[in-house]
Design a protein around this ligand. Sequence first.
Ligand code: 9MJ
Length: 671
Amino acid sequence: MTESIDQQIATLRQQLQAHNYSYYTLDAPTITDAEYDRQIKTLRELEQQYPQYASTASPSQSVGGPVLDSFSKIEHELPMLSLGNVYSENELHEFIERIQNRLKNTQELTFCVEPKLDGLAISLLYEQGKLVRAATRGDGSIGEDVTHNVKTIKNIPHALQGNNIPVRLEVRGEVVMPIADFHAFNQQAIANDTKGFVNPRNAAAGSLRQLDSNITAQRPLAFYSYGIGIIDQGSLADSHYQRLQQLQQWGLPITYEITRETGAKGCMTAYTQLLAKRSELNYEIDGIVYKVDGIALQEQLGFVARAPRWATAHKFPAQEEQTQLLDVEFQVGRTGAITPVAILKPVFVGGVTVSRASLHNADEINRLDLKIGNTVIIRRAADVIPQVVKSLPGAQPQRDIIFPVTCPVCDSEIERIEGEAIARCTGGLYCAAQRKQAIKYFASRKAMNIDGLGVKVVEQLVDEQLINNPADLFTLQADQLIPLERMAAKKVANLLSAIQQCKQTTLAKFILALGIREVGDATAKNLAEHFLTLDAIQNADIAALEQVDDVGEIVARHIVTFFRQVHNQEVIQALLAAGIHWPEVQAKEKHQLPLAGKTYVLTGTLTKMDRNEAKQALQALGAKVSGSVSKKTDYVVAGESAGSKLTKAQDLGITILTEDELLSLLDLNHP
Ligand code: 9MJ
């Protein structure tokens, strides 16, 4: 049975009202912004089509939701409006055409173009240049008094500076939590076992709407101005752009990305440029705002119910969307780590279609309270892997996610060590998934660098049981490879040749290629340089391994465990028998180095290299670099403005070197 139009409208209004309450009042959105925009658009279209059901109380006519009782209320002298949206170049053309028609103007218009910050809109009232009151937008007419909190925001001046400041001036703008600070805050929340925020917008809103301003003071918030409300006894430029520059001169922050553009073409160029820069910005933006620059034109255009006619937001592709969790798969990684992967109803988010997202581990599933069938919010910021950030009960029946107790690939037991987040398959190289990953890793560029041995080829080779471990690669024959998919004769010849070529390697790369847990390229190199031979590494005990740079107890244990496994010993034997070899590793005896046994201290500012570079260069020549001057110091390198360390060195009669002398010592003194 289909709903009647008035029922549809009533349902939409009710839903939007509930979303408004969650979004604006509780700072806990229940749907994505994109879904909200779609619902409000549908409601507006219905109301336009059926004006008999119009109502001034409809959520389509207001901004935001009711105000919490616990903050005192402030009535805005001039309403704080929000912005209409356009989603495409076409809609931008329509927006401009509408304005030109209204203005009976055929000339190209100039726009002030601003990033659209995704935070919380606030109004700041300055009287005689002093900040006297700050309010949230609230429902646009009545906001909340957040003066005590706003005064804790570091980049908001409590007093304006400069000339011609109006007696009363209301500045409007957005409070945000910079992205880097948001991540740091959430990291800390995880460490403290407290709740983090879903996104920077909620973090900003949640932090600003605290009854205790001591809490707000500890939150890294920032404010950027984008407009002016009341102006009493003062005159300002007739250009929105110039007004923003004026605010900046009085000490108010504005964003760096504000420009002036002409016509739709100029607006589109700014849109494309800002979209490309989006991931580099330190604040979240969800679009760009075009504002008719001339204030006289703005006044002529005026407002419609909810938004100024002279401005619109051109939204970027949404970074958050909602979809349905269809299933969860469990993937097995190289070290046996079992990773749950969300299988999603495909959804277009952040410019791509997403159908899978890592869920990381069992704790994450619990944290999200995830069930199959839930509606989930997917977030994909530019160049970042998609994430499930929230789950909401969906309309569909739900099913618990059961973490497997045995490996989905080889059926071996799965174990989760106390205190570790990751569960692992215990099958080792018995497990086909781990075998594939181990072989891929062995062949990868950083390790044995076998060209042409990509993911698909390895999978086929293991599935066809042509190889079981890396050593089997060296037994492969052309006639075994030809029948594989996408394997022409030329490709086979190239692959076999690459396998032959990789036999000439280095000890460090060979160690890396074995795929020992937590032994990356730096550790592999340190092991090779420390022990010089494979035999020595294989026979080293935990104490000996801990002598190596970067090797702690955990890594040492992984190394010992690896070499203790009989199947690993067999694979190593087979690899050596196949002809893998490397040049002898030269011992780097410290006393052979030119500066061995000498202690250097660096002080003052170096101008031609940074201090860390100098330190590393000295250490590479065998010197010890110390932080303090003592009788044991042999040389002090004194840069600009050297202070007490230089004086002490002079007192002790230590040889002082200039930066240039250091450079010639290091033989880095290029002209
Ligand atoms: C944001 N959110 O960055 C406006 N906004 O102008 C900018 N919002 C706005 N302008 C009039 N840059 C109403 C809202």
